[in-house]
Every structure is written in C-alpha cells, then in structure tokens.
Design a binder for this molecule. Structure first.
Ligand SMILES: [Ca+2]
Ligand SMILES: [Ca+2]
Ligand SMILES: [Ca+2]
Ligand SMILES: [Ca+2]
Length: 535
C-alpha cells in the first residue's frame, strides 16, 4: 500500500515537471545559480539528468521579457533557450487515417496487415512542402473543402491588392479575395482573375468540382489532403500545392482541346507534376505534342492506365497513359492483397507500376469523405509520392525522379506480368534513396547540383530501424537513427554494415563507401553550396 502511494506520487511529480515548457540554461565555467542573486528565490532549478551541464528552469507561464534579456546577456550564463515541444511526425492525427489502408494497413479491410506504401515510415524523412505544385487536371476540386483549402495553389500574379493572398476566409467559407477581383489579366497569362487555376469546361475562374460523385476532389485528397491537421484524412504529401484545372464536366467527360489547354496552363504556371486520372482509346497527335512541350518544361505527368477489366494496354492502348514519352508515367491499380484490382488494365510494356486503387478513402465535395475504386485512385498515389520526393530533394531532374520511382517499386508475385516493374509503389523505398549518388556506382554524382543543409545523403533500414545521413549546416555529415518510439536521435556514425561513412575535407563533405570489413572502397566529394544555401 505504501509503495503504491509512493509510485502514484512520483508519477504526479514527473507530470508536473513536464507539463509546460521550461528554460534550459548552461552556466559559464565557474558559475552556478549563486552567481545570479537577483533571481527570485522561487526559481525551480534541476539538472536535465545527473551530471548534466544543462539545468532546467521553471520561470512560470510568461517570464518577464526584460528579465530574460538580462539573463541572456549575463556573463554567468553561456546559453539559455526555451524548451520546444516535439511531436511524433510519422502518424498523422487525422481521424480518418484509420480508413486509409493504402498508407497504413493494419488489417482494416480484412486482408493482411502491412500491405501498404509504408507511408508512416516514409514520412519520417519528410511530409512534403508547399514548394511543390501539382496540377490536378480533372473535374475540378472542391477548393473550399476544409481538408484541401490550405493546400490549394494560389496565383499571386493575380493578387491585385498585394496582400499576399488571393483567397480569404469570410468567417464562413473560403472566397476569392474581393480586392483582387478586378476583371484584369494582371499576370498576362491569357486568363483573367485566374486565382487558383481555371475551369476549361465553362471558361471561368472557378474550377470547383461539379462531377456527380466528386472525382477531382477525391483525386486531389489522395495527393495532398492536408496531413496532421486533426481533420479528415492525410494525403500522401501533407503540404504540396494543388492546382485545380477543370476540363472534365459534371458527367466526367472532357475534350482533347480542353485537356491540352489545361496542360499548357500547368506548364506555363510552373507546376512540377500533373495528374491525369482519365483517358481514352484514340491517339491524339496534338495531346502528344503538348506532353512533349511539358517534358521540355520539366513537367512530369502521371496517368491512370484505365478500368477496362484487365484490358492489355500493350494491344489496345489508352491515352495519355500509353504515350511512350519519358515524362508520362502509367499507373494501374492494386488491391489490399497486392493483386491487380479486378477492373484494372495491364500492360507489360505500356504500364509502369501499380499503386493502391481499391477501396480508397479520400475527400469528396461539400467537405465530405468517401470510398472509391479505380486506376483513377492509383495514379494520384504515385503523383503524391513524386511530390513528396521532389519536396525532399528539389534538385532532382525529371529523369531522375522517374528513375528513382521505378527503381524503388516493390516487385510482388501477385503483380507478375501486370506492368513493366511487376510491382507496387513503395513510398519508403522511394524516399530513402540517397540524394546525389548511387551506392553501386562510384563517382556518379548528380551533375553539379548543389547540396543544401538537411539534404538526405543516404538512408536505410537495419534490424528494423531506420537510419539516415543528412548534410549539416557546417558541412559535416550527421547520422541519425530512429528508435522504437519513432524518435530520431543522433548516432555516432554510420550503422554497422551500413557501408557508408560521412566526413569532411577542406570544407567539402565526403561520403565513403566501405566494404564488409570496413575498408574504404571509394570516396565521393560532395558538391556543397556551403552555409549560404541554408534552408
Ligand atoms: Ca489579395
Ligand atoms: Ca491571369
Ligand atoms: Ca485580375
Ligand atoms: Ca487532414
């Protein structure tokens, strides 16, 4: 009884200690709290752990700014910083995440657990950034949807009042900024007041989704529904910008000319990726020409292989998926047991890879959510994956993005013969490929691209835990390892058997590949932009 009481008290004590953010202080040599007699006697001080040179101070809810300034300049104090509250990054808090088997399969469909993109591990390496823009060439997007609105691309070339936004919250919903609606084509791109994209069906500036079940909105949510915002679902990329380009009408039909105009808009306005969850059997030279222009502009296009119940696209092509262009990636659909979905097309030469497309939960118009099936759902998983990779490694070229995508596909027996890679998208394998070199080919460094602080140099899995090497702001290579609780912590060096060693010589970061006995095989000097390129 006594022991039990004590234990409960101890827990209560710990809770009190860590319930609010404190201050971490390190005294200058020879100094201690006694050097600061002016500090009030109610200051709580404790070392972070026995023998730590850092002390934790409790200064109350809102310490006096003048006091802090005095303390920070005090000769007895070497460093003073406020504690930061960390949170796990891998599992988003979106309540609908439990339905998203494709990202994290716990067996919720009744099938085996673990048949998924390993998204929760992949997000340890990054969750996407607003630097990447994805054109959703579809039936439009419910851009007011609470789980999408903050990720909608904004054309600041039409921000006539210069307040940095073309969308405003009117207290009830998102609307176009009334002060920007001037009826002028401010950025001279040929479209008047095109704040967030364009509606090529109705030729106006509101690319809302009027499709009868909300096809475009569902596709958009798979790519980049706002992740970890406490509502709805999580996109593959939590933060990429979605550019709604509507060319499919309320019934899901659209014309080649409008598709081409939409693609031209995406290219002109600098989209990095475009998603094409639609297709048709007729070859169009005009569309192919436009896709070639997109290729020259660095725009990577992801297309659905079609739902013709096992049609072989090698024999009966479906466009745009079947255009044999380096910037067109064709995706068909797998199911929760890693077989080809029953409705999905195949093509050993003309389809690149599989991605989940069966029982997919995503956003629907009117702030809603629901399940849909189709290769239309598979393509946006690949688009989102590429957005994630691009935000993590912005220096990659279109060809490198494609190469990394296809190389990281996980071959699976159930997908044998269905597509060129005979496998399914694996987000973790995709994002943990090193940034600028291939381990197997000494000396192959990405054509002069500049490394930035935080760039991933190498990563891998060992004994069930993830490790990663990133470039630090001082040019050294920092090794980190993720523990069982999902936290990243500094590691002294490369993992045993990881085969890579980081270092620095003459201010240039080095990466050395080791053989199984630890002897160096080769060393790469990495092209580093230095501290000026810090992000
Ligand atoms: Ca504005
Ligand atoms: Ca314009
Ligand atoms: Ca305007
Ligand atoms: Ca969400």
């Amino acid at each position: 009884m006594i022991r039990l009481t004590f234990f409960v008290c101890l827990l209560g004590f710990i809770h009190t200690l860590h319930s609010q953010s404190g201050w971490l202080v390190r005294y200058a040599p020879g100094h201690s709290r006694g050097s600061l007699p002016a500090l009030s006697s109610h200051l709580q001080e404790a070392p972070l752990y026995p023998g730590s040179v850092w002390q934790r101070w409790d200064l109350g809810e809102a310490p006096d700014a003048a006091l802090l300034a005095r303390l920070q300049g005090h000769p007895a104090i070497l460093a003073l910083e406020q504690e930061v509250r960390f949170r796990t990054q891998s599992l988003p808090d979106d309540p609908g995440f439990a339905e998203q088997w494709a990202l994290h399969n716990t067996g919720q469909t009744g099938g085996p657990a673990g048949v998924d993109l390993r998204a929760t591990d992949a997000w340890s390496f990054g969750t996407g950034s607003a630097e990447v823009t994805v054109a959703v060439i579809d039936a439009g997007i419910d851009w007011r949807h609470p789980d999408l609105a903050e990720n909608i691309w904004q054309n600041l070339g039409e921000d006539a009042d210069g307040d940095g936004s073309v969308l405003v919250w009117d207290g009830n919903t998102w609307i176009f900024d009334p002060d920007d609606e001037n009826g002028l084509d401010d950025d001279g791109n040929g479209y008047t007041d095109d704040f967030i994209g364009w509606d090529f069906v109705n030729d106006d500036n509101d690319p809302s989704d009027d499709h009868f079940f909300g096809h475009g909105t569902h596709v958009a949510g798979i790519i980049a529904a706002r992740g970890n915002n406490g509502i709805g679902i999580s996109g593959v990329s939590w933060r990429s910008q979605l550019m709604p380009l509507k060319f499919l009408d309320a019934n899901g039909g659209g014309f080649t000319g409008d598709a081409i105009a939409a693609l031209q808009y995406a290219r002109q306005m600098g989209a990095d990726l475009s998603n094409h969850s639609w297709g048709g059997g007729l070859y169009s030279q005009a569309l192919r020409d436009e896709l070639l222009l997109a290729q020259q502009a660095g725009l990577l296009c992801v297309a659905a292989a079609g739902n013709n119940f096992g049609n072989d696209n090698d024999e009966a092509p479906l466009y745009p998926a079947s255009y044999a262009l380096d910037n067109v990636i064709a995706v068909t659909a797998s199911d929760p047991v890693d077989s080809l979905a029953p409705f999905a097309n195949r093509g050993f030469n003309s389809v690149d890879l599989c991605a989940p497309g069966y029982g997919i939960y995503s956003t629907l118009p009117g702030g809603d959510y629901g399940f849909l099936n189709g290769t239309s759902m598979a393509a946006p998983f690949v688009t989102g994956a590429l957005a994630l990779l691009r935000s993590q490694q912005p220096g990659l070229t279109q060809a490198q993005l494609r190469q990394r995508l296809l190389r990281s596909v996980r071959p699976l027996p159930g997908l044998h013969g269905t597509c060129a890679t005979e496998g399914r998208l694996d987000l973790l394998a995709l994002v943990q490929q090193p940034v600028l070199f291939q381990q197997s080919l000494p000396g192959e460094v990405n054509g002069g691209a500049t490394l930035r602080n935080g760039d991933l140099l190498a990563a891998g899995e060992q004994q069930g835990s993830l490790w990663a090497a990133r470039l630090r702001s001082d040019g050294q290579v920092a090794w980190t390892r993720r523990d069982q609780a999902g936290r990243w912590a500094a590691a002294a060096a490369a993992p045993a058997g990881g085969g890579l060693l980081g270092g620095q010589a003459n201010g240039q970061p080095l990466l050395t590949r080791l053989d199984s006995l630890g002897a160096p095989l080769w060393t790469l000097t990495l092209d580093w932009g230095g501290p000026a390129g810090l992000t």
